[in-house]
Design a protein around this ligand. Structure first.
Ligand code: GTQ
Length: 347
């Protein structure tokens, strides 16, 4: 019996070796990995305390200028993907530092980007001819193929923000293009706040025809976000898993603000004990106000303002607080929704 089994194993091995020279391979050896019963994420839970990484970022500020680096950024690498510039399987994250007087020169690329401002004031991001002077908690979008540059020309202090991009997704699709503007800064064509006033007031210019994929509003100031969360929290019970959670939208369509990255802000009330939650979109969270604890699979992260953590796909996650707290997050949920793949479970 076992001799017969050995013989068949040997014949198969010999067969696999032979067909591999024809660049063929047997599905039955890999089927359960290719078509898993449920997601088997390769990404792992990860945590960065801002106070621990800030000195390294400031040291980068002594070693290289924003001009020389083009973008002076420390990439947050998921421990499962060292050397691959990925924070999750599909997304990239990094911390960018701009010092007073510096300019990160204008370029554009097919990758979409978000900036979530962590500290400092007075630096701007310019997008399509409009500058937004950034304050902590602001969300600034630089949609695919829009010219963008960053300038610390008015700032008195270092400005740090989190960059979130769809780099790994675009890499997988082999759809990356980029170009530099010949001049360091793009010309200013519109006053500050123009896009928010035009498109973010529950009205649209009557003849406005939207760009199909992305929000015409590119800066979402924190005061407005905070006010929306506060008002939501006054008018009803918190969600058992999320507390009070809102998503940033494209006001033209009501859909997500960008086509590849979904963005969210949530308010966790004092003494919140969230129920376990799973979803298929690996998510990057950033603490912004207050302190909390999040259990992610078998890890527990105690976070405060500006700390960053990653929840992999289909990994149970629950939030707890002792005081009111605010969390920013982003994921590829918008892509999965468009493809009919997104699933969630609140236990
Ligand atoms: O600011 O354009 O962190 O192109 C990585 C790639 C930031 C940017 C990053 C980029 C940028």
């Amino acid at each position: 019996m076992s001799q017969a089994a050995d013989a068949i194993r040997e014949r198969r091995r010999e067969y696999y070796t032979r067909i591999s020279q024809q660049h063929l391979s047997p599905l039955w050896e890999v089927l359960s990995v290719l078509v898993p019963k449920q997601p088997q994420p390769t990404c792992v839970p990860a945590f960065w305390k801002y106070d621990d990484l800030r000195p390294s970022l400031m040291e980068a500020g002594e070693l290289i200028t924003a001009h020389e680096a083009t973008r002076r950024v420390l990439i947050l690498e998921n421990p499962a993907y060292r050397g691959q510039s990925r924070v999750t399987n599909t997304l990239y994250a990094g911390l960018q530092l701009l010092k007073p007087g510096e300019v990160a020169p204008a370029h554009r690329h097919t990758q979409s980007a978000l900036r979530f401002v962590l500290e400092g004031r007075g630096a701007f991001t310019a997008v399509d001819g409009e500058r937004h002077y950034m304050s902590p908690g602001d969300l600034v979008l630089t949609p695919s193929w829009t010219w963008h540059d960053h300038g610390g020309t008015e700032s008195q202090e270092p400005v740090v923000w989190l960059d979130g991009l769809d780099i790994p997704l675009v890499q997988m699709l082999d759809a990356g293009f980029a170009e530099d503007l010949p001049t360091e800064q793009q010309p200013i064509a519109r006053p500050e706040g123009d896009s928010l006033m035009r498109y973010g007031a529950n009205m649209l210019p009557v003849d406005y025809h939207s760009r199909p994929h992305t929000s015409p509003v590119f800066a979402y100031p924190y005061e407005r976000t905070r006010e929306a969360l506060y008002n939501l929290s006054r008018s009803g019970d918190p969600h058992p898993c999320h507390g009070y959670k809102m998503r940033y939208i494209n006001p033209v369509t009501g859909g997500h603000a960008m086509p590849t990255i979904a963005t969210f802000m949530q308010l966790l009330p004092k003494d919140f004990r969230g129920r376990p939650y799973r979803s298929t979109d690996a998510t990057v969270f950033v603490g912004f106000e207050g302190y909390g604890r999040t259990v992610v699979g078998d890890r527990t992260f105690e976070w405060g303002p500006r700390d960053i953590f990653v929840v992999p796909s289909w990994t149970a996650c629950r939030h707890e607080t002792q005081e009111e707290a605010v969390l920013f997050s982003f994921s590829d949920r918008v892509v999965q929704e468009q493809l009919g793949l997104w699933r969630e479970s609140c236990e």
